[in-house]
Design a protein around this ligand. Sequence first.
Ligand SMILES: *Cc1c(COP(=O)(O)O)cnc(C)c1O
Length: 457
Amino acid sequence: MKYVSTRGSAPELGFADVLLAGLATDGGLYVPSEYPSLPDLPNGRYADLAHAVMSPYVAGEISSDDLYRMCVDAYATFRHPATVPLVQIDTDEWLMELFHGPTLAFKDVALQLVGRMFDHVLAKRGERITIVGATSGDTGSAAIDGVKACQNVDIVILYPEGRVSDVQRKQMTTVDAPNVHTVAVAGTFDDCQDLVKAMFNDVAFRNELNLSAVNSINWARVMAQIVYYVAAIDALGGQPVTFSVPTGNFGNVLAGWIAREMGASVDELVVGSNTNDILTRFFDSHAMVASGVVPTLSPSMDIQVSSNFERLLFELNDRDGGATAEQMNRFRASGRMDVEPDQYARWIEPVFRAARCDDDATVATMADVYRTTGMQIDPHTAVGVSAARQCAPHSSPVVTLATAHPAKFPDAVERATGRRPALPDHLADLFDRPERTTALANDLATVQKFVRSVATS
Ligand SMILES: *Cc1c(COP(=O)(O)O)cnc(C)c1O
C-alpha cells in the first residue's frame, strides 16, 4: 500500500514513513492510494477485527504477526471485555462506548495502538524521536498514555497552567515514566500551540531532537478509528447503520466515511457540532468559513477549522492534489472555501447530515438521557445524541459514538443530572497520586532548553 499527499507534490510513501511524518512535506495529509475492500471479518475479540480491517493498510511494512501482537496489547488496556461495547438508549438508538481505555476518551482507541506502532518502527530503524505537543485536555493524556511504555520515544506535552480541568491535568502529571514530561506554561492554549509550532519551525532544533507529533491529522490515528464502525455494524447483525459523531477536527467522522468506502454498511453519517459549528454551517451553506472559537461544555470540539476535512476534499476534487492545494491556500488566505454544487451532490448529500447543539441543549440532552435510562453521558456524547435526534427520522438504527466517560467532565454532568459521576476503579485514587510537572514561562528559549534537557536522542 502506497500513500499520496492530498496536495499532490510530496513524495509517495509507505506506511511507516507516513506514520513518522504526520504531515506531508507539501503541507498536505497522506491518504492511501486507494481504499481497499473490507476483508472477511473474523469472529472473536476486538483485536482480531482490528487486525483484519487494518492489515491492508500496513501490508509490506508491518508483518501480520507484529500487527496482531500490537492490536492485542493495545486493546488489553481497555477495561471492558467487549473493548467498545454497544449500549441501547432507546428504540433503534444506541451508544458505542469508546471510553473504556486508560484515559477515558475515545482517543485511546487510536493512540494506544499508534504509540506501539511508533516504537516498533523506530526500533527496527534504530531511531529515537521526541514528541512535542500542546493540549487543552484530552489529547495530551491519551498521547502520554499511548507512549509511556515506549523505549524509543520521549514525549513533552505543554498545557496552559490553570486552564485544563483537574482530572485532565492529573491524568498527565501523575504518569510515572522516565520518558514522559509535562510543562505548565504560564499562558493560554494558543500560546502553547505557538510554542510547539515555533519549535517545529526551528529546523536545527527539529533535526537535533528528531521532533515528531501525534496530532489528529496522522493517518494512523484515522486508520485505527475505522475499526469500531465495522465493529458496531457487525454487532447489530450487519444491517445498515446510521452513525452520529460528535466532531471537532472531522477525524472521527472521516473514519466512518472510509469504512463506508471499504464497503461497510454505513448508511448516513450525522456530524454533531457544538457552538463552534464550522461544519454545520458548511453543510447548510456549502461553504467552509472560519470564525473565532468560543469555549463550550464540550471543550475537545472547540476548534476553528476541521483539519481532517482536507482528506474528503481531496475526493471531492477527484483526487486532484493541485486543485486541493489551491483550495486550501485560498482558504488560508481568505478564511473561506466553496465547493461546487455537483461535488456537493455527489459526495456530501448522499451520506452526511449535520446539526449543532449549544450548551443549553447539551445539558438538556444529558438530563433527558439520565431521566429515561438512568445513564450519565458526557457533554461530547450528548452533542452526538442531540444531533442524531435533530436529524430524525432515520431509515436505519442510529449508533452515537460516546467519546468520553462522564467522569471526565464531572461538573457538566453534575449540572445536568444532579449527581457527580465517579471515576472508574482504576482511576479512583487519581487525586492521591503525586504530580510531576514543570512550570515554565511562555518563552520559546526557556521551553526549548527544557525539551533539550529531557530528550535522550
Ligand atoms: C477529540 C475529541 C472529540 C473530537 O474528535 P475529532 O476527531 O476531533 O472529531 C470529541 N469528543 C471527545 C471527548 C474528544 O476527546
